[in-house]
Design a protein around this ligand. Structure first.
Ligand SMILES: NC(=O)c1ccc[n+]([C@@H]2O[C@H](COP(=O)([O-])OP(=O)(O)OC[C@H]3O[C@@H](n4cnc5c(N)ncnc54)[C@H](OP(=O)(O)O)[C@@H]3O)[C@@H](O)[C@H]2O)c1
Ligand SMILES: [Zn+2]
Length: 310
C-alpha cells in the first residue's frame, strides 16, 4: 500500500475556511479527479461533510474518520482510528495507492505515514483561513515533478502542480520522541550541531562507556535503562545506517558474535531485542542511526518498549 496525499494550498499554506475551500479552481479539481479516480479516498468527517452536494465522491471507495462511533454517512465507511481506515482502504479497488484527501487534521496526523504528496500551490494568499497544510520537511522529501498552470476563465487563481516523494532521509535525531523535557532539549542541541551522536566524530560518543566493540558493532549499557530490567544494552553499528535492510551479512555475523559475548559475560535465561528501522516519527526512535536494544527483564514485569506517537 502506497499512502499518498492530494491537497491544494495557498502560498501561506491555507487550505480551508469555515468548512469549505477558500477558492474555486476547476482546473485543480480536474487534477484532483484524475489523480484520485479509481482509488480509495480517506478523509476526516469535516472534509466529507464539505463535499459538493454532501455526496460521496463517485467511483471511489469513500472512507471517513470520526471519533464518534455512531456516525453514519450514506455511501461511506466510517472508522474511528487512522490505522484501521488505511488498512481497510488498502483492501478496496485501487488500494495499491490510497489517497488521503484531508482535511488539515487528517493531513497533520497521517504525514509520517505518507510516501507521496500531490500538491497544488495556488497563486493566492488567504488571510482569514482556519485550516492549513502541514510543513513538508525538505530533509525528508524531494519534489520530483513540477508544472505551472495558468488560470482559465473559471479559475480564481493559477498555480503550480508538484509531486513530493519521500527520499528516506531523516534528521539525525528526532527531538519530538524524547521521553522527557531534559532529553528533548539534549536532542535539540544534537540536531543543531548536525553531528550524529553515534558516529565516530560525534561528541556524545566520547562520554559513553563502551563495553566492547568488534568489527561492525559496539555495545554499551543504556544510560536510561527501562524499569525492572536486570540488564539493558544498546548495540550500535560502527557505520551510519538507518534501516535493518542495510545490514550486510558480515554485519549480521558480527551481531551474532556480539550477542554471544553478552550471553557469556551476563548469563541469563533469556533476553528481548528490539530495533526501530526507518522514519523516526513512525517508529518512535530518538536517534536515527540504527541501534538494537537488548534487555533482560527482572522478575515478572510489565516491560514497556516506549510510547508510539499518535
Ligand atoms: N485544500 C484542500 O486540499 C483541502 C482538502 C480537504 C479539506 N479541505 C478543507 O479543510 C477543512 C476541513 O479540515 P479540518 O482539519 O477542519 O477537518 P478534517 O480533517 O476534514 O476532519 C476532522 C474530523 O475528523 C475526525 N478525526 C480527526 N482525527 C481523527 C482521529 N485520529 N480518529 C478519528 N477521527 C478523527 C474528527 O471527526 P468527528 O468530529 O466526527 O469526531 C474531526 O472533527 C475544510 O475547510 C475543507 O474545505 C481542504
Ligand atoms: Zn550515525
Amino acid at each position: 500500500m502506497l499512502i499518498s496525499f492530494v491537497a491544494a494550498m495557498a502560498k501561506n499554506r491555507a487550505m480551508g475556511k469555515k468548512g469549505d475551500l477558500p477558492w474555486n479552481v476547476p482546473t485543480d479539481m480536474n487534477r484532483f479527479r484524475t489523480i484520485t479516480r479509481g482509488h480509495p479516498v480517506v478523509m476526516g468527517s469535516k472534509t466529507f461533510e464539505s463535499l459538493p452536494g454532501g455526496k460521496p465522491l463517485p467511483n471511489r471507495a469513500n472512507i471517513v474518520l470520526s471519533r464518534h462511533t455512531d456516525k453514519k454517512y450514506e455511501g461511506a465507511t466510517v472508522f474511528t482510528e487512522l490505522g484501521q481506515a488505511l488498512r481497510f482502504a488498502a483492501t478496496q479497488p485501487g488500494g495499491e495507492e490510497v489517497m488521503v484527501i484531508g482535511g488539515g487534521q487528517i493531513f497533520a496526523q497521517a504525514l509520517p505515514l505518507a510516501q507521496r504528496v500531490y500538491l497544488t500551490i495556488l497563486d493566492a494568499d488567504i488571510a482569514d483561513a482556519d485550516t492549513f497544510f502541514p510543513e513538508i520537511d525538505e530533509m525528508r522529501w524531494a519534489a520530483t515533478e513540477e508544472g505551472r498552470f495558468e488560470m482559465s476563465d473559471q479559475d480564481e487563481y493559477g498555480g503550480t502542480f508538484l509531486t513530493y516523494n519521500r527520499t528516506g532521509h531523516s534528521p539525525i535525531v528526532e527531538p519530538a520522541n524524547g521521553r522527557n523535557e531534559e532529553y528533548k532539549a539534549q536532542l535539540e542541541r544534537i540536531l543543531e550541531s548536525g553531528i550524529c551522536p553515534f558516529c565516530q566524530n560525534g561528541e556524545t560518543l566520547k562520554e559513553q562507556l563502551i563495553l566492547r566493540s568488534n568489527q561492525s558493532w559496539w555495545i554499551k549499557e543504556n544510560a536510561h535503562p527501562l524499569a525492572h530490567t536486570l540488564y539493558h544494552f544498546v548495540i550500535t553499528p560502527n557505520r551510519h545506517i538507518e534501516s535493518v535492510d542495510d545490514i550486510t551479512s558480515a554485519e549480521w555475523e558480527d551481531l551474532k558474535e556480539m550477542r554471544a559475548w553478552v550471553k557469556q559475560n551476563y548469563p541469563a535465561n533469556g533476553d528481548a531485542m528490539y530495533v526501530r528501522s526507518g522514519e523516526p516519527l513512525v517508529t518512535g526512535a530518538t536517534v536515527t542511526h540504527l541501534h538494537y536494544h537488548m534487555i533482560v527483564p527482572a522478575g515478572l514485569v510489565d516491560v514497556k518498549f516506549g510510547s508510539f506517537n499518535g
